[in-house]
Design a protein around this ligand. Sequence first.
Ligand code: BES
Ligand code: ZN
Length: 441
Amino acid sequence: MSALDDLLTCLRFPSVSTDSRHNADTRACADWLVAKLTSMGLTTSLHETPGHPVIVAKNKHIAGRRTVLLYGHYDVQPAEPFAEWKSPPFEPTIRDGVIFCRGATDNKGQLIAHVSGLAETLAKHGDLPVNLTILFEGEEEIGSPNLKPFLEAHRQQLACDVVAISDTGMVGPGIGTFTYGLRGIACMELKVHGPSIDLHSGIFGGAVANPATIAARLAASLHDDQGRVLIPGFYDDVKPLASWERSAWAELGDGDAETLSLTGVPALFGEPEFTERERRWARPTAEVNGIGGGYQGEGSKTVIPREAFVKLSFRLVPDQNPEQILDLATAYLLSKAPASVRLEIKRGHTGQAYLMDPQGPLGKAAQRALTKTFGGKIALIREGGSIPIVQAFKDVLKADTLLLGLALPDCQAHAPNENFPIANLEAGIRLNQALLAELGA
Ligand code: BES
Ligand code: ZN
């Protein structure tokens, strides 16, 4: 089986972790990975959790060698809206050397690149240059609710010197990119409860508050006109950007034009005192991920809905504490809600931001591996996305994480027509081998 065949097979499992209708598919994907890793000669086990299973695989660990924990996730985001896919979301389709499928980049393409790199090395040399522990999970896209307890329960088995992950981006095709920081996340959902039943808006309108209006007002109360978050205390623990990183990021060129073209928006937005990259990579945000309530069908219906909802998430930066941010947001939203409605607030999953020193010995080893793989100058960046388990690796296993991404800016992760070039699969195989060689030296 070639690396490409393996990736296509892995992609055909619709392992959507958030959707219980796909539980059997998610399980089948885990079972396939276990069989694959076992066939490579790794000692592999599948561990049940209250949710989707965790996979652990190891070569024979030898005293005196560095131990590397390789993490990845086999779950994917939902593929909706289906109609916007040019080819079916779970039938991987290759167009011009690029694989289109849900999970192609996030994270199956990057995960299989590593698996294939290991398979080649094991087939050629019978062993790896390091003690390797693979940790693959099926719940990253829902906030890894069962993985931190798993780390705590298996500290000994998972003990390592460093963690390596490919689940982040590259600044452009062929540009080796080392990510030394990620934003954290804190999610919450508000429900605005009004009358006990939907009301005729002609009979009651004017005397009864409309929950949809209040939901919109609450959502709008989160920001000023320039995108600054208005929750008191929100910025108190934000660590300022270092001047070296501001200049390193400025050297990457003008980010505005690329983001304008990738997103199709008519103009960018956000805190004027920060550049576009600084706003995405190192500034905290509040986002409305969903808002709804009331009549959604064709035509009009004159109704005051009995309830409305807002789904929110905050992207966080060092040293913000996600639970404390949810406390501050709760207090703020309660203070803004009028007495004419009842607010219900549900706290969601959280994950801390991550920041490491890219110039330590392990960071330097990773940068050499990137140079060997891609040549040229390496980009040192932070990113706006979150991998909540990364800070837990630091807290529980006391290990730093090397984030060596293979995702391109136009990979459409989480969106229709997600894609991953075969060239990046091949580069990922070389990167895996270069990285283990550097870490084993
Ligand atoms: N691969 C992403 C994280 C990522 C994306 C890092 C872009 C850097 C750049 C990961 O699979 C992901 O999507 N994470 C979620 C986590 C959340 C559901 C807790 C995210 O960032 O929304
Ligand atoms: Zn993702």
